[in-house]
Write a protein that binds this ligand. Structure first.
Ligand code: ZN
Length: 208
């Protein structure tokens, strides 16, 4: 965990997800960040989320880990050493209120355990990752399925944007956005994140 630094997340990076929440499809990358305290590795344990603040939505995402500081022109496989799957947990009712007020999303996106991450795998390159769908099962039922080939902004665009606007260095994580199918979790739900047929991480929800 001590190799993790900044946690960047891409919003509205899949057309069908932007539309399901009634948002315009963006014309440039849309990023936000989470505190490192949000991070938790899903390894079968119970994960506590703040259920007293309205609906807590799951957002399953493809996550990359940066091996070194970004330099212009660097290839993705030089820059990214590992990937994982993650869940960008979101207090959806809180977020709706923040959006209305034009306030930042931190309260809705930055709470402890809001950045779930699975174990990492070696990054085989973007093309290889496009050959495999990722998915989220809840209590054995698939609720989200995505493929990074459907991202509105690809990995090269996202890393260049993040580096240009915020800086990008070794240990940084980027949650690359969620496909359609987001929804609320319930107390006791069992979540499984799959890369193709392979289980990369799982956890059980405790709404406290
Ligand atoms: Zn997200």
């Amino acid at each position: 965990m001590n190799t993790m630094r900044n946690i960047y997340c891409v919003g509205r990076n899949y057309r069908l997800h932007a539309e399901e929440l009634g948002n315009a499809v963006p014309t440039s990358p849309f990023l936000f960040s989470k505190p490192t305290h949000a991070l938790v590795v899903a390894e079968g344990q119970e994960i506590r989320l703040p259920g007293e603040r309205g609906e807590v939505h799951y957002e399953a995402e493809f996550v990359v880990h940066l091996a070194r500081p970004y330099e212009k022109g660097m290839r993705l496989d030089e820059l990214i050493d590992r990937f994982a799957l993650g869940i960008d947990f979101t207090l959806r009712d809180v977020q709706s209120e923040l959006k209305k007020k034009g306030h930042p999303w931190l309260l809705a996106k930055g709470f402890p355990n809001s950045a779930v991450i699975t174990g990492f795998r070696e990054f085989p390159g973007e093309d290889a990752c496009k050959q495999v769908d990722f998915s989220l099962n809840i209590n054995g039922q698939q609720v989200q399925r995505g493929n990074i080939s459907d991202m509105l902004f690809d990995l090269s665009t996202i890393v260049a944007f993040a580096a240009d606007h915020f800086g990008l260095g070794a240990g940084d994580l980027i949650y690359t956005g969620t496909p359609a199918g987001v929804g609320p979790v319930k107390d006791g739900d069992k979540l499984e994140l799959l890369w193709g047929e392979d289980l990369l991480g799982d956890c059980t929800i405790k709404l406290g």
